[in-house]
Design a protein around this ligand. Structure first.
Ligand SMILES: NC(=O)c1ccc[n+]([C@@H]2O[C@H](COP(=O)([O-])OP(=O)(O)OC[C@H]3O[C@@H](n4cnc5c(N)ncnc54)[C@H](OP(=O)(O)O)[C@@H]3O)[C@@H](O)[C@H]2O)c1
Length: 321
């Protein structure tokens, strides 16, 4: 018997129930995985609240690392005792789980379980944003909102590595310092909702070649004002709420717009493998620094969600089973 955070009904953070659960034996193609670390993601707060469809009762969470404890029929390339990590298959808020083997990646010695557990989903997201949605190159100006967040710290470092000038936005002075030490050349505190004039001032009036906006309704109007002619607005999250149809209608002429999602970019096995290969190798080479800044026992998942929603976290947070 192992424990898991079970959600019966969408609601506030204390909706999680910390319960015993029978995990059972892996079916063909599956392994049983004992988590050592579980990544926390903003989207999970939205699933918990019922803002994203999810079958309930159920166990949420899509990122983790651990040790294989049993292997099902037909699984090759993995053995009991292997240290692995994954993103995608839901059900990570559990001490132990069953999971398809083809979602797993063996961890190199230099990457800890905690770093892997918090950077697989966030790193795959940052990977597609800066390599595929808008391939960032030397000379580009990148504007990145919530730059001191989990995805933000990885994406800003990658964009800087490719030679861009990176302008980050954050909501507190603590976050300014962290964003500056993780790839941002300039950091704007956007707590008052304003940043477009500062972006224009930093870019000789031209604006940014790409605006990565995973904040939503509160940043949108200033984001579109901050985008250069022929630049791209990338809207990939909405913690502050949904952009309205009226706001979409205000996209200026001669700008590109995309609303990308991780499942579409990672639908092909080869794309997932490339993203994780590039991520682990960038961590190994020191191109990306990934530090876990908040740790919560898995049984306190409610407190982790409360902090994340209150914008109290910086960078990656881990749930410890
Ligand atoms: N489309 C995709 O493929 C995809 C995949 C993964 C993640 N995402 C999105 O990427 C974003 C970052 O994810 P993450 O897990 O790394 O989270 P995170 O950035 O660590 O946390 C969210 C951040 O959003 C900012 N924020 C602005 N307004 C907010 C509000 N009203 N309430 C709460 N936070 C607010 C906060 O930073 P400040 O305090 O600095 O403002 C907060 O720290 C999320 O929007 C997520 O949904 C999208």
């Amino acid at each position: 018997m192992t424990k898991a955070q079970v959600l019966y009904k969408a609601g506030p953070p204390d909706s999680f129930k910390w319960e015993d659960r029978e995990v059972g034996q892996p079916a063909a193609g599956q392994v049983r995985l004992k988590h050592t670390a579980i990544g926390l993601n903003f989207a999970e707060t939205q699933v918990r609240k019922g803002l994203r469809p999810y079958p309930l009762p159920g166990v949420i969470g899509g990122e983790g690392a651990g040790v294989i404890t049993a292997v099902g029929q037909g699984v090759s390339g993995f053995r009991v005792g292997d240290r692995v990590a994954y993103f995608g298959p839901q059900g990570s808020y559990a001490e132990e789980r069953l999971i398809p083997a083809d979602a797993l990646y063996l961890l190199p010695k230099g990457v800890s379980d905690e770093v892997a557990a918090t950077s697989m989903l966030k790193g795959a997201t940052a990977h597609y944003l800066v390599h595929r949605t808008f391939p960032v190159k030397k000379g580009h100006v990148v504007l990145y909102h919530a730059a001191a967040g989990g995805v933000g710290l990885i994406a800003c470092q990658w964009a800087k590595h490719y030679g861009a000038t990176v302008i980050g936005t954050v909501s507190s002075e603590d976050k300014v310092a962290v964003a500056k030490s993780h790839g941002c050349d300039h950091v704007i505190n956007y707590k008052d909702g304003k940043f477009a004039d500062q972006v224009k001032a930093l870019t000789g009036g031209r604006g940014a070649n790409v605006v990565f906006d995973a904040v939503g309704v509160t940043t949108w109007d200033e984001s579109i004002k901050s985008t250069a002619v022929f630049g791209m607005i990338v809207l990939f999250g909405n913690p502050s709420g949904d952009v309205t149809p009226e706001q979409y209608a205000r996209i200026p002429l001669d700008r590109y717009f995309i609303h990308p999602t991780l499942p579409a970019y990672m639908a092909k096995r080869e794309d997932r493998d490339k993203a994780i290969h590039d991520l682990l190798s960038a961590i190994d080479k020191g191109i990306l620094k990934v530090e876990v800044r908040q740790r919560y026992p898995l049984k306190d998942a409610a407190r982790a969600h409360t902090d994340l929603e209150a914008r109290r976290t910086i960078g990656a947070s881990v749930l410890v089973p």
